[in-house]
Design a protein around this ligand. Sequence first.
Ligand code: HOZ
Length: 430
Amino acid sequence: MRYTASAKLFEQAKKYIPGGVNSPVRACRSVGCDPIFITKAAGATLTDADGNEYVDFVSSWGPMIAGHAHPDIIGAVQKTAALGTSYGAPTPVEIDLASMVVEAVPSMEKVRFVNSGTEATMSAVRLARGYTGKKVIVKFDGCYHGHADSFLVKAGSGIITLGIPGSPGVPDEIVKNTISIPYNDVDVLEKTLRDEGLAIACVIVEPVAGNMGCVPPAPGYLEKMRSLTSELGIVLIFDEVITGFRLSYGSAQQFYNISPDLTCLGKIIGGGLPVGAYGGRAEIMNCVAPDGPVYQAGTLSGNPLAMAAGIATLKLLQKPGFYERLEEKAAGYAGRLENIASSVGIDVQLNRVGTMMTGFFTSEPVTDFQSAMKADAGRYAQHYRQMLAGGIYLAPSQFETAFISAAQTKEDLEKALKMTEWSFKKLLEK
Ligand code: HOZ
């Protein structure tokens, strides 16, 4: 494949945009190549500036569960755009999406729309602090909740990918109110919450970690988290920015049958437009301004285009059998991948929950940040480049999640499997 046009665009972008990208992982540094510039997408196919086509497993990092440029979503956005793109005033469409979210996710008795997952998590934490009058937040090593100051402690996503310890610009005074503990370790969780409970406002967790690669919760882990936080008067926040409306229509909390106090959403509920949301028990949500004193606002919050795209997406997900078909597709694909890995004789741990999956290049099970870090990121980098050259678009980092969408066809998946087999064999060549 030729990447001449992408290379030229990257040179231009670097003149005006830090690193030439608007989000660090996209720069592809950890996989040892330059980014390709995408010019269009349809279904599960991405097209780059050179006209190369790729089967997409990134799905814009999660939102495109129905595939790119779905006619229902594009139609809804076009129709809405023709009426104006932003009013900075209440609109009927935001009630429509809010009621759909509240019906789908019963723990969210009220919901507030914002513009990104980062905004959702930082607002939820402010609310938890305002509601409890406590300062400390507990998070988990390798989980990523966006880039707000309090979360960049032992965080996943670009922080692991680029191997940076945190971020300059985050004051110690803020970091000292964040406790980060290992994911999936019940004993550390219990000890931390019991020892520090009087100071802890909230525990925030990705119910399935998706930003250190896909790492499922150990059986009973989320249940224990729920019972401890309830007992100790700590607000439990599920960051479902990735898992929301992905693992089931009722999100991970329905999948695992656990009711958090607050939930953060993003990605799928915006159908590919910028959106976020936080919501939960009415008693807590009533503390948000203007009903309560906890301030949070946004010029573009509840933007009509994002609301319309979200509504159109959720309507597609409501179709009978949508999640069952996706699960069947993902399970079949993962099973074939595992067979390929074992027949080629390469060490890969395939972690999967529903349509989220990561193949870690390691012989040890990956259950937390420490074990994820044992994966051979150099080998992943070579695999990434080989797959890209064969027309398969994976996340440009070992520590991200691949997504199965409704749009990948049998042929797409066959092509990806064939390329994977070829790539695995090549990785073992001396
Ligand atoms: N892991 C990030 C989203 N959950 C990747 C997105 C980005 O950094 O651009």
